[in-house]
Design a protein around this ligand. Structure first.
Ligand code: G3H
Ligand code: 13P
Ligand code: ZN
Length: 309
């Protein structure tokens, strides 16, 4: 069942758990995620970045979303634009049938972010679509050393309140120490739960989104490296921290890197162990299965979204 994230987030906030939002780029990833959601009886968000849309092509993407809906009518899921860069991209997705869009104005100054987000919110709401916005800058690994000293990069809770009130956005991505990709922390992984708590205190009814939330699953990194990969020292947000975030008011947790690792680890394994194999189904079948397992683990053991349908 294709839905917006409204009811999903209301339930997640009441039940103190988070909905997984997984990035999609192709059929195998969509199938792996949806199979996991069906098996775990978990609501889920499929999200596509603008580069994923360019890669998969929007017509194909929407037909696959339609197929997912037909195959798993019992699973409530949203199709969401991840990091929409401008009004035009958001509009294109809304017009194509997306049920949720993110406008990412985090690179603009506060006033410009408010102005641009509002424009998207007005159009989206007129079409029954919800909007995620972002305030604050996600940490880059190079900045990690000065984390405590540099509060400016983190979301300011007071600004978050003003931002939500002025834009009317439906959910808000905040910066509390995560970053995109496979290299999130040089030293110990730490998130600013104090900022999260303050944000929740000021805007308790706004669903909070955590980007850059892959665990960078060590087993998958090891498997990639074992079979010819070269991803040394990769590090993400440990399951325990994500579990705590899910229980502390984060309603949406974004995962892309872990699915990339899942696919790549299995494909590398087949390529190494069966150099004679050249049928794509030989490597895409275990890759899809690994996506499913990875997603199911998060739903069941980390985010708490299993058995919530
Ligand atoms: O947050 C960004 C996502 O990981 C999407 O990445 O733009 O390479 O598809 P992408
Ligand atoms: P990761 O790179 O940690 O998977 O983050 C994905 C994300 O935030 C997508 O918007
Ligand atoms: Zn992101």
């Amino acid at each position: 069942m294709l839905v917006t994230t409204k009811e999903m987030f209301e339930n997640a906030m009441k039940g103190n758990y988070a909905i997984g939002a997984f990035n999609i780029n192709n059929m195998e990833i969509i199938q792996g995620i949806m199979d996991a959601a069906a098996e775990c009886k978990s609501p889920v968000i499929l999200q596509a970045s603008s580069s994923a849309i360019k890669y998969a092509r929007i017509g194909y993407l929407m037909k696959m979303v339609e197929a997912a809906q037909e195959e798993h009518p019992e699973v409530p899921f949203a199709i969401h634009l991840d990091h929409g860069p401008d009004f035009e991209t958001c509009k294109m997705c809304i017009d194509a049938g997306f049920t949720s869009v993110m406008f990412d104005g985090s690179k603009y100054d506060f006033e410009e972010n408010v102005r641009l987000t509002k424009e998207v919110v007005e159009y989206a709401h007129s079409k029954g679509v919800v909007v995620e916005a972002e305030l604050g800058t996600l940490a880059g690994v190079e900045d990690e050393v000065s984390v405590e000293a540099d509060d400016a990069r983190y979301t300011d809770p007071m600004q978050a309140k003003e931002f939500v009130e002025r834009t009317g956005c439906d959910s808000l991505a905040i910066a509390i120490g995560t970053s995109h990709g496979a290299y999130k922390f040089k030293g110990e992984a730490r998130l600013r739960f104090d900022i999260l708590a303050k944000v929740k205190e000021l805007i308790p009814n706004t669903p909070i989104v955590l980007h850059g939330a892959s665990t960078v699953i060590p087993e998958l990194v090891d498997m990639c490296n074992k079979y010819g990969g070269n991803i040394p020292g990769a590090k993400g947000v440990p399951d325990e921290i994500l579990n705590e975030a899910s229980k502390s008011g984060v309603s949406k947790i974004n995962v892309d890197t872990d699915l990339r690792l899942a696919m790549t680890a299995q494909i590398r394994k087949v390529f190494t162990e069966q150099p004679e194999a050249f049928d794509p189904r030989k490597y895409l079948t275990p890759a899809r299965e690994q996506v499913k397992e990875t997603v199911a683990h998060k739903m069941r053991d980390v985010f708490g979204s299993a058995n919530r349908i």
